[in-house]
Design a protein around this ligand. Structure first.
Ligand code: HEC
Ligand code: HEC
Ligand code: HEC
Ligand code: HEC
Length: 444
């Protein structure tokens, strides 16, 4: 844990140890928007994030302070609001691994974000049962008006009582479940739950809010008792809420790259506005938790074995927009020979070596036409679409082959950037890189 970036808001902290090793000095550890990522890809050298490092980091924070709460404001399980039937098998395995890993890493409260519902409510419920995932949501209800999850959880450390509640956004829910899941209006539901927490004499109230900026604002205005709001909306800045001055919004970076950390002395009401807030980047220097790493390895093996047996019946037969490099080769042998010397022609083998050629989160940039019309749908069906082929740069060749030009001569920078994006490359410069892969080199 070398790099602890400390963003110090205020610096008045007195740790007063209580019996049982609990102190009034409470540490909140929070994450948001993990979006189905069990580990970072291996495209760049020093990737941050991943479950095995998360577990190690939380373990050592817990050793430093027993009064710790690990929270997540939602959108953990899936990348999209709806999972396609082709991705369902492996995305569910990844989601289960995330749930198991979060519980293993000691998650205390997990809000149900709207992305959690992408594979259906029964799936989320199954994680609650199977792994004891500590879900909360104060506004998701069934047809009979009954709450689907616990609305809040209460924790006691020393003389401190902390209430944590969750709110789910359903404004944009496109899940197949819309009929079975209803929602109470988030602001009203928050008022009810905050009243309940006040009755329980909570000195600190924390909201895990998976709602848009406007709704966050309303919830905080209506409930001045809320001290901290851990949010998922990327438009909300980390820090003091301008219009109330006494409330704070907190957000960690997406995809589990960071853990947000906040330490405050809960015994002193005034000190709630003086605390230390920092971000812990999950860097490669943080060792993997061995048990978590093993769990992850198993999950990837299961994904591979399941994907090896599936075949989609829905392959777009007869609609071969992509003609593949095999066809281009018949007329452009020289360029083909040159292409074979570039790393693009080896991109699929790279995934094979990592045993991740069946992983739907990798294959898109290391092959041709994945998920596109006339391409392929399931990783196992890669066939002639393996590697970054001609058509990923020159456009689909169906109308070019043997006829008029109908082809892109010089790929634009944005074509390259669709794969060479920041999360997957240490360095990319169009002007510098273009000559390296330009097929005009073939003539030289
Ligand atoms: C049946 C033969 C044939 C096939 C197959 C073929 N091409 Fe061509 N291609 C041509 C001909 C002929 C030209 C024109 C050559 C010229 O202008 O000197 C051409 C030109 C091009 C050019 C240059 C266009 C320009 O504006 O100067 C590109 C790029 C190209 N082809 C890419 C591809 C790709 C990619 C594929 C596979 C998807 C492919 N070709 C398949 C025959 C073919
Ligand atoms: C479909 C995705 C995709 C597109 C589009 C793409 N690339 Fe790549 N590129 C890759 C992948 C994946 C690798 C790494 C392959 C490997 O080593 O397995 C790579 C590697 C490279 C490398 C080698 C980098 C190195 O460090 O050695 C260069 C150079 C490069 N690409 C340039 C370009 C340029 C320029 C464009 C646009 C004209 C482009 N690429 C378009 C996916 C893509
Ligand atoms: C958004 C596109 C994209 C996705 C998704 C993607 N990659 Fe890559 N990958 C790239 C690009 C671009 C490069 C070339 C990076 C460079 O050298 O600049 C690359 C390079 C690599 C390399 C070679 C690194 C090296 O320097 O030798 C490995 C290994 C790799 N990727 C594995 C993966 C795995 C595993 C996944 C899935 C978890 C994945 N990739 C998902 C775009 C992608
Ligand atoms: C990473 C992107 C990329 C890939 C992959 C790629 N090309 Fe190119 N290709 C280029 C660029 C860039 C040029 C040069 C355009 C220019 O400067 O006018 C080019 C030029 C060409 C030309 C025109 C050559 C000339 O001398 O006039 C042909 C033909 C061509 N490519 C065919 C292919 C074929 C066939 C494949 C697959 C085997 C392929 N390309 C793969 C980027 C790519």
């Amino acid at each position: 844990m070398k790099k602890l970036i400390l963003v110090i808001f205020c610096f008045v902290l007195f740790a007063c140890e209580k019996q049982d090793g609990f102190s009034d000095k409470v540490t909140l550890v929070y994450s948001t928007n993990v979006h189905g990522l069990i580990e970072p890809c291996s495209c760049k050298e020093k990737q941050v994030g991943g479950l095995p490092r998360r577990v190690t980091a939380i373990d050592s924070l817990r050793k430093a302070n027993k009064s710790i709460l690990v929270l997540d404001s939602g959108d953990l399980l899936f990348k999209n609001r709806i999972v396609s039937e082709f991705d369902l098998i492996q995305d569910k395995i990844k989601a289960e691994t995330l749930a198991e890993g979060f519980v293993f890493g000691g998650i205390d409260v997990m809000n149900v974000g709207d992305y959690e519902l992408a594979a259906g409510i029964d799936f989320v419920k199954s994680l609650e049962t199977k792994f004891k995932m500590p879900y909360v949501s104060c506004n998701l209800i069934d047809e009979k008006g009954k709450l689907l999850f616990e609305p809040f959880k209460v924790f006691e450390f020393g003389s401190v009582k902390i209430g944590v509640f969750g709110v789910t956004a359903l404004e944009e829910i496109t899940s197949r479940e819309t009929k079975r899941i209803l929602n109470h209006e988030p602001v009203t539901a928050s008022k009810i739950v905050v009243e309940a927490l006040k009755k329980k004499n909570c000195n600190v109230i924390i909201g895990l809010l998976d709602v848009y900026q406007e709704t966050v604002k309303k919830i905080l205005m209506e409930n001045p008792e809320i001290n901290f709001a851990i949010v998922t909306d990327n438009f909300i800045p980390n820090g003091k809420v301008e219009f109330t001055k006494k409330q704070w919004t907190l957000k960690a970076l997406d995809e589990g790259k960071h853990l947000g950390i906040l330490t405050f002395n809960a015994a002193e009401k005034e000190s709630l506005s003086s605390f230390i807030s920092s971000e812990l980047i999950l860097e490669p220097e943080i060792p993997d938790n061995p048990k978590m790493a093993e769990l992850l390895k198993k999950a990837k093996e299961i994904i591979n074995s399941k994907e090896e047996t599936v075949r989609s019946e829905l392959l777009t037969k007869g609609n071969f927009l992509f003609v593949t490099e095999k066809k281009c080769k018949t007329c452009h042998l020289e360029q083909h020979e040159f292409w074979k010397t570039t790393r693009h022609a080896n991109a699929y083998q790279t995934l094979r070596e990592k045993k991740q050629h069946l992983d739907n989160s990798c294959i898109g940039c290391h092959t041709t036409g994945y998920g596109k019309e006339g391409g392929f749908i399931r990783p196992i069906e890669v066939g002639n679409f393996a590697n970054v082929q001609c058509e990923m740069c020159h456009g689909v060749g169906q109308f070019h082959v043997g006829k008029d030009k109908m082809i892109v001569r010089k790929p634009e920078e944005k074509t390259c950037l669709s794969c060479h994006e920041v999360d997957h490359t240490d360095y990319f410069n169009y002007k510098e890189y273009l000559p390296l892969i330009s097929c005009t080199n073939a003539k030289k």
